[in-house]
Design a binder for this molecule. Sequence first.
Ligand code: XMP
Length: 321
Amino acid sequence: MSMDEITLENLDAGEFIEEQCSAIAERVAGGLAINALSGGVDSSVVTMLGHRAIGSRLMTYFVDNGIMRRDEPAQVASMFEKLGVPIEIVDAREQFFSALKGLTDPEEKREAITQTFYRDIFGDLVRASGARYLLQGTILTDVEETVAGVKRQHNILSQLGIDTREQFGYTLIEPLIRLRKPGVRKVGEALGLPGELFARPPFPGPALAARVIGETTPDRIDLVREATAIVEEELVDIKAFQYLAILHEDKVTGIRDGKRDYGHQIEIRCWDSTDAKTARPTRLDYALLEKLASRITTEVKGVVSVTYNIASKPTSTIEAV
Ligand code: XMP
């Protein structure tokens, strides 16, 4: 446990909000800040904090990186518009796919995503807007996993020796860095976020690229996106911590219409956890697993095999990449 952690029991959400809003307003002073919204719990909470702290001097961008879930950019933008927070969608699909082209090593994929977000996209956005600060929703677990060498979280920079001011032209403000997921949800609720936002299952910054083993191509992302939509639809009522679909790199021999079909394999994972540091597979009902397999093999083109992960974290991790 980090000395700096604010545990759920010690968190007074109202006080935390007041303190963080004053701190943001003081740092940005009369200037501008940009804000990276992905629609996940952490970035949604930071968006509301920043909006409360500096109003229209905060410019919120949703980066459409091409590796988000089905309809996600439009859905997130419309949810925030309803909350009175204007969002600008940046189309960066080509930039991300070209950065990911040919990469199969998990850490290299994560590094490419980090560089594309922070050096290329946010670097350009701050230069164009004159903003000096980037507000983002890093939480304690992200820092710990990266520092421990488990995996490089897409949003961890200074802890790896990256000086964003010097290298990319802006300073990071990370108001949630002392919290874990349950604390972030409590702050989100206190900020008036709707349940569909503050209670959302976690979703990683590297998005569906964290769920494609091997090369991340638009076609392979489409496959895992379709499988993800089915898994999310079928498991939404289970109340698990997180549930996801993974596309494997290896193909396997299957049969379709009485003939050999050499096709893709999808792995389903569904996790019970409180803070993502450790997790156990949810004991899903077998009939539900069979339904998932049947839907995925009929609705997702080219998939012949579906498996369910039964290993805990550790040794597994929650995502595959
Ligand atoms: P792992 O896969 O390391 O994931 O067991 C732990 C939790 O973190 C999420 N995750 C990320 N979140 N940036 C994030 O903001 C990332 O790079 C990242 N990688 C994993 C994952 O979904 C899980 O909830």
